[in-house]
Design a protein around this ligand. Structure first.
Ligand code: SAH
Length: 320
């Protein structure tokens, strides 16, 4: 799809032709399987000032915590024991993690005990050397959303960085042999439909192996507290177009979609998405990792996984 067609599709009254195409491509390229990933949010400390994020360094109301290396490893092993085959390690840009030592050690520990389990890193813009060090320790994938392709809006939302740096980092990640994931938020303040089309084309340009698209959700302790949330429907349209552009990619139905409307998750699975992530943090560290407000139930690793599997089976698909 070209830019003009993407814009027209995103704005169309009737999107069903694209949903149908996305569904057919998903079944053809990804089968009937939905991949379930475990995500461990190891630190809520962050030096960055991302305007939308509840963990940005100016939010002095945020609860800050960091897990120890031992706790992260234990949490990963617990998740693997109940059936998870991918561990995603996500955190703010915490000075204590910036040298990659802990992430490399955790990765090595997981991979040497469970060679078939994949490790995904989502730790922001670490230095090229550190990203390589973690790759050398065995990490398989790296998630780094480009957030928005609108350079001006990017600068407004991230006064401490720029789109070009983020994009260059994605290229480094790809070159190091990581399966590379980018993505963006839908419904950011001042975001145009044209820039969403460009976001989708950025995913294509990078030939991403993974892409996460989630609605912007306003956090009350940020400068965007009074802005409207993004639309779940528009997000699903973006996932469908991403499937058409990148038929082999792994595309999650993001947590933010589920926060806005949990039934949208089933719809996303029938219209292009083939991945879902589940927080597996120990209870004490769960609510504090608040990128955006959302209802979080109690942690029960086994039950939560079984509930997800049931939800996936209810639409005729196979949880993996
Ligand atoms: N520090 C890491 C992880 C960031 S959190 C990094 O920089 O990559 C993961 C993703 O959550 C972000 O990339 C962003 O797209 C999303 N996110 C953060 N705040 C959000 C909000 N208020 N609404 C929706 N998504 C948000």
């Amino acid at each position: 799809m070209r830019r003009e067609e993407i814009i027209k599709a995103l704005e169309a009254d009737d999107f069903s032709e694209y949903y149908n195409l996305a569904r057919d491509l998903t079944r053809k390229h990804k089968g009937n399987e939905i991949l379930i990933r475990a995500i461990i949010e190891y630190s809520s400390f962050c030096v960055r000032a991302c305007a939308y994020c509840g963990l940005n360094c100016f939010n002095d109301k945020a609860t800050r915590y960091r897990m120890t290396e031992k706790e992260i490893i234990e949490t990963a092993f617990n998740a693997i024991n109940v059936g998870y085959k991918t561990i995603v390690l996500q955190g703010g840009e915490d000075p204590l993690f910036i040298d990659g030592e802990i992430l490399a050690n955790v990765t090595y520990k997981i991979k040497s005990n469970f060679p078939d389990v994949a490790v995904t890193i989502s730790a922001g813009e670490l230095s090229d050397e550190v990203i390589k060090k973690i790759r050398d320790a065995g990490a398989n994938r790296y998630l780094l959303r480009h957030e928005t392709s609108d350079r001006e809006n990017y600068k407004k939302l991230h006064p401490d960085s720029c789109f070009e740096d983020r994009y260059r980092k994605l290229k480094v990640i790809k070159k190091l042999g990581y399966e590379t994931g980018s993505g963006f938020m839908v419904g950011l303040p001042n975001q145009s439909i044209e820039s969403i089309a460009d976001d989708l084309l950025v995913l294509k340009g990078l030939e991403c192996e993974m892409a996460g698209m989630g609605p912007f959700i306003s956090h009350p302790e940020t400068s965007l507290a009074n802005c409207e949330n993004g639309s779940a429907e528009m997000t699903l349209r973006c996932v469908a177009i991403a499937r058409i552009l990148l038929p082999d990619a792994n595309l999650p139905v993001t947590t933010a979609v589920g926060v806005l409307n949990s039934e949208m998750r089933q719809r996303a699975f029938l219209n292009g998405a083939n991945v879902i992530m589940r927080k597996v943090n120990p209870e004490v560290y769960k609510k504090a990792y608040e990128l955006y407000p959302g209802d979080l139930g109690e942690t029960n690793l086994k039950k939560e996984r079984m509930d997800l599997e049931k939800m996936i089976r209810s639409v005729g698909l196979i949880p993996v």
